[in-house]
Design a protein around this ligand. Structure first.
Ligand SMILES: [Zn+2]
Length: 136
């Protein structure tokens, strides 16, 4: 962990703050609609399923499957120097929400759709933790 993290990092806003606070505590938080039970990501002020504003934050199981992915073979940001190729995936969590992240811990050629994965937390800086996914 270092405060001079070389990659671009997200800047938490008011809507996403509970997500980032959860990540810092190594818990994957999602919004859930109290009316229709829909879960979604990224955070918003209304349910993306039914439009209700009756929403809450809940802890995800952190388990899911690779819905889709790409492998980056070219260096687009110097922070990734030494890490290419790397996998960027849309992970569909058990709760139904889809999240963009990295699949780590396996050679990129083994990343495939429907691969079972679970969240792991990378403490990027003293203030920011990034959820990533590894094979189960
Ligand atoms: Zn809803």
């Amino acid at each position: 962990m270092s405060d001079d993290y070389a990659k671009a990092i997200p800047i938490p806003g008011p809507e996403s703050l509970p997500f980032w606070e959860g990540a810092k505590n190594h818990q994957l938080m999602l919004q859930k609609c109290s009316d229709c039970a829909h879960h979604w990501f990224p955070p918003s002020t209304v349910c993306t399923g039914c439009g209700s504003r009756n929403i809450e934050w809940v802890a995800s199981s952190g388990k899911g499957k690779v819905f889709s992915f790409v492998i980056f073979h070219k260096l687009y940001h110097k922070g990734w120097d030494g890490e290419i190729p790397y996998a960027v995936a849309i992970v569909e969590l058990e709760e139904g929400a889809r999240m963009l992240s990295n699949v780590i811990g396996i050679p990129v050629e083994e990343v495939k759709c429907d691969l079972s994965v679970e969240v792991v937390f990378e403490d990027a800086t003293s203030e920011l933790t990034l959820p990533k996914f590894k094979p189960v």
